[in-house]
Structure formats: structure tokens, C-alpha cells
Design a protein around this ligand. Sequence first.
Ligand SMILES: Nc1nc2c(ncn2[C@@H]2O[C@H](COP(=O)(O)OP(=O)(O)OP(=O)(O)O)[C@@H](O)[C@H]2O)c(=O)[nH]1
Ligand SMILES: [Zn+2]
Length: 208
Amino acid sequence: MSVENLEEAAPPARHLGVVHDRGTVDLPAARRAVADLLVALGKDPSSEHLADTPRRVANSYAELLTPREFQLTTFPNDEAYDELVVAKSIPVQSLCEHHLLPFHGVAHVGYLPGERILGLSKLARVVELFARDLQVQERLTKQVADWLQEHLAPRGVGVVIEAEHMCMSLRGVQASGARTVTSALHGLLREDRDTRQEFFAVSGISAS
Ligand SMILES: Nc1nc2c(ncn2[C@@H]2O[C@H](COP(=O)(O)OP(=O)(O)OP(=O)(O)O)[C@@H](O)[C@H]2O)c(=O)[nH]1
Ligand SMILES: [Zn+2]
């Protein structure tokens, strides 16, 4: 089969451009601010050990706050697959907007296909899209669910995030190991008890 024929035989994929503009990081200003912070903390940013720290910290925040764009690739659900699709234990790491400290854990993202199915990697990419921001876990969970409902129009969506917050572990109450569980549901996963319980069971969450 020629290359052209192979391309013709490939399943039709639909690409939706995804741009999520939430402002840009001003790196020089961030570097200056980190140097000021070091001084405020009683440290000397001109010492050999700290000389490059403002640059590293500014770059780190820029990386953590800049979502990677991607194409939302979907395919026709030609086989009329009508059971849950769940991507389990997607690593999630984000920054708490109260303390600028990380929270990290896993996300379980599921949907009940309608007319189209989604390229599986996109479930993890949607989590990352919203995780690279200053967040609270509740908002992050809901943004992922809302976005999938809006862009994929499935018969249902479920998102569970389990995460440990460094602001709760390293400082303050120092509840190291405590994990927060949040969920957001749409469509049949919200309305139909059996479907919801199946999603929670597959995600390893007991839903009595
Ligand atoms: N709801 C929610 N709260 C969060 C999240 N991340 C951090 N927090 C909480 O945000 C709250 C901020 O409360 P404050 O009392 O203003 O901050 P604080 O004095 O540093 O509080 P402590 O952590 O209790 O010492 C804390 O209770 C954090 O645990 C999150 O994702 N969701
Ligand atoms: Zn916090």
C-alpha cells in the first residue's frame, strides 16, 4: 500500500485548536522579584551560591505556570462503544494559589462516549492544561470536567483528583500524608447512580 493509500485508510481524526491564554510570565521582573525576596528573607543574592537562584526560580515558575498547547484529537465512535473509558492514576502536579507551594497526586478521568471518542493521551493533557496554573484543587477538578464536557460532548464525564498539599504537609498543620479527594461529574455520571458508582469503583474510590 502506498503512503497516500495508508493516509486515506487512516481513521478520520478531528482536530480542535486549543489555546488557553492566561497571561504571560515576565521573566526579568520575576528574577528581580526573587532577588528582592531573598534579600527580604535575610539572604544575600550576590553570594556565589545564590547568584543564579533568581533565574532558576523565575524559570521554574514560568514552567509550572505555562500550559502546553495541544490538539484535541477525536475519532468517530464507529463501533458505538457505550461503556466507561477511564484513564486512572494520571499524575497531577500544580501550585496552590494561597502559598505558591505544590500539591501533587493523581487524577482519574472518565467519560461515557457519545458520537466521538477521544485520543487517550488527551485525558492526561487536559489535566496538565489546567494544573499548570495557580490553583485550588476544587477548581482544577471542575475545570477538567467542564472542559471535556464542552469539547467532547460525551454522555457523561467524571473527574476525581487525590492530592497531597505541601502547604498542609511541610508547614502549618504539618499533616504529612493527608490526601484531599475532590470530584466533578457531568451527564450520566452525575445522574445515574450505577454509572457513577462504576466510575468511582474503577477509580478505586469507595462510594457508599
Ligand atoms: N479548599 C482548598 N483549600 C486549600 C487548597 N490548597 C490550600 N488550601 C487551604 O487554604 C487555606 C488558606 O488559609 P489561611 O488561613 O489564609 O492560611 P494559613 O494561615 O497559612 O493557614 P494554615 O495552613 O492553616 O496555617 C488553608 O486552610 C489551606 O489548607 C485547595 O486546593 N483547596
Ligand atoms: Zn496552600
